[in-house]
Design a protein around this ligand. Sequence first.
Ligand code: SF4
Length: 223
Amino acid sequence: MPFASPADLSPVPQAEAPRDCPLCPRLVIFRHECRAEFPDWWNAPVPAFGDPDAWLGIVGLAPGKHGANRTGRPFTGDYAGELLYATLLKFGLAEGEYRADPADGLKLRGAVILNAVKCLPPANKPEPREIATCRNYFEAALVALPKVRVLVALGQIAHVAAARALGLPPASTKFGHGAEAVAPDGRILLSSYHCSRYNQNTNRLNVEMFESVFERALALRDG
Ligand code: SF4
């Protein structure tokens, strides 16, 4: 079954990895295992999704196996996407209907979703060198998105990757729900607990907490 290239689907094609990006050997092996087991799934680096003129960047960790790794669109098809896309729709950052399918016609308005790591990691745990390697693509995406003024990082790994990309020393940029830091170039990093099934089911994150981060992002845009 032929698949599009990540660049063909991206608002920042110049910052996308090729379908067979060879740079992280462990993730390449896992990619081939998944392709053998699930030949109809995306099973490739997941491109950014959203508005090329975005002011807001949302940073996830890495594709979920049954979510973005299956469908090819960030957060699409997994539990975390339900809350994320409902929130974007609620605050006017998306238009249409989210049906957990890249063909649902959903469009982001003023927002773009990026991942710190583009390929599915075993057990959802990328290794530090994989995060560092994929940061080249993440940084290229930020360069290609000059209107992004606020980044919302979902979870600690995304927070650290975004802090590094923004030139903020991670040691002095503590992760916490609602934590806020200003980068040397004035862009603002907001952090949120990840909207994972585990965090929601354990009440570490609830809807109000998640929405409050986006309310703050909108206030920063307007203020
Ligand atoms: S995680 Fe990033 S750098 Fe590593 S193989 Fe995938 S696309 Fe390439």
